[in-house]
Design a protein around this ligand. Structure first.
Ligand SMILES: [Zn+2]
Ligand SMILES: [Zn+2]
Length: 71
């Protein structure tokens, strides 16, 4: 469920209007400061998550964040 961010400024840069809430800490984020990540469930489907820079790099929050792996 997406909460409305209308009228809220981005918590990170506080200059742009927020468009999404961080899936970790629920801070309001603008298009510039959010980081999208896709949590794959296999079979080509996945949830698109938006994270602030802090949560995106926090393996406790972004549990699908993979350390650089051999490909
Ligand atoms: Zn921002
Ligand atoms: Zn966050």
């Amino acid at each position: 469920m997406m909460k409305s961010t209308q009228g809220t400024n981005c918590v990170v840069c506080s200059t742009r209007e927020a468009v999404v809430l961080c899936n970790g800490c629920e801070k309001a984020l603008c298009t510039h400061c959010r980081t999208f990540d896709i949590w794959n469930h296999g079979c080509g489907s996945g949830d698109v998550k938006a994270f602030c820079p802090t949560c995106n790099n926090d393996p406790d929050i972004n549990i699908y964040r993979q350390p650089t792996k051999n490909q």
